[in-house]
Design a protein around this ligand. Sequence first.
Ligand SMILES: [Zn+2]
Length: 521
Amino acid sequence: MKKIISFTCLLMVSILGFAQNPIEAKYARIINIPALKKHLTIIASDSMEGRETGTEGQRKAAAYIEQHFKAIGLNPIAELNGYQQFFPLKFDSVISSSLSISNEKWNYGKDFICPISKNKSNHFTSNEIVFVGYGIDDPQYSDYTNINVAGKLVVIIAGEPKKKDKYFIRTNKDDVTWDLDLKLQTAKDKGAVGALIIDKSMPTFSKGMVMRNSKTGFTFNSNNDDENGMSYAYISHEAGKKIIGDDFENIIDAAKKFMLLNELKKSFTITSTFDFQKTSGSVNASNVLGIVEGSDKKDEYVFLTAHYDHLGIQDGVIYNGADDDGSGTVTVMQMAQAFAQAKKDGHGPRRTMVFMTVSGEEKGLWGSEYYSDHPLFPLEKTSVDLNTDMIGRVDTERKTADSLNYVYVVGHNKISSELPVINEGMNKKYTNLVLDYKFDDPNDPNRIYYRSDHYNFARKGVPVLFFYDGMLQADYHKPTDDVDKINWPLFQKRAQMIFYTAWEMANREKMLKRNKPIPKD
Ligand SMILES: [Zn+2]
């Protein structure tokens, strides 16, 4: 009896289920809270070390995503011989940095530091040091009148003088703000061999400063245009006193009061030797991709993207980035599983689905830039990119009744007029979220359209939609962006909505029309 009843119930449920739900609803259920939670708890755990691009944490996250893609049966990319598209990052590190004054070797970190990104490798000796005040040479005011610095080392005070509480020079010429680069260029033009900078508000150097100046951050597509043509170091106040002597305190006092210093310039017969050597290294970061091959339209592509990198560890604190963009990463992972299962069951997509999680986003959209400049599938055959970056939370500013049933959709009125039609149609059919187009307002100051990876597809003409929860206040880019803040039912609903949209785009007769202009940054 029991068995028969349950059999009948099952039969009825399945008949009803089939009648009400087309096949995609079955696969949407693979994108469920337990699965999203399982992956996000790992991706946003401390063991991933904040997933900073170019670090061990990023490589661990890549390995985890790759393992999932393999396990669910995604195909690797033939051209890559696997699932990872590697791209090179560069960094510089200091080999040696020394400064001797009057044959006394100064201590790096205590007496001086050499900013690594702006200094070139260089060596010089000089027999004279000249204090040139603020190091400014301007028609309004000059520290260089009647002074010759050719072949000499100059000492410069950071900052500018003021007159009646207004910057002396900036007030008259607001295109000139005597910053360090301009001062160094001026000293160079006048023939100085190097510069020592004294900052009135930095008597000593913090540990962090010393560390930051021993190695640069990673750079991508860089051509070292950061470097000055002039060698320079910051020196501590104690070290400054060794050169300038008894006048030192008066000079710092005057600088603190923004007084003119051009009457205080002074020359010292002191030998100095400066030596700075750095070397460049490189490390690989990666995008992780897998595909579900299409059937009759397999040479056309639908991309589902998110970035798996985040901000790493800063001052010993791990930035887990659960929402940003752990949420998008695990959405792509589960959508991949849903499409892979559909294919196994004989319901595979007509177009080829490409699931791509990228790194380098937080550094400046590096991974997606690299992909779009080195595409593995023709961009003109890429029908659409649906990008997900933060969909697990509710923005703190939102106070309206739909606050628990919305998602921001960005890009709906650009490149293809079909984007909103398909997206709205599938949402209406299955998920009924409020699709908020606020960020597509051309006057919106947040410029969200240019701030995540879809932009690199858009700039090449590929239609894109970007899904986003609007979490710009609250925990955005803070170490408190953790898994316990995720709104799971809303997260699941948004992820399923993206899946339904992707399903329709993968299976419809034609690729998306490209009938609207490509937005320019
Ligand atoms: Zn992000």
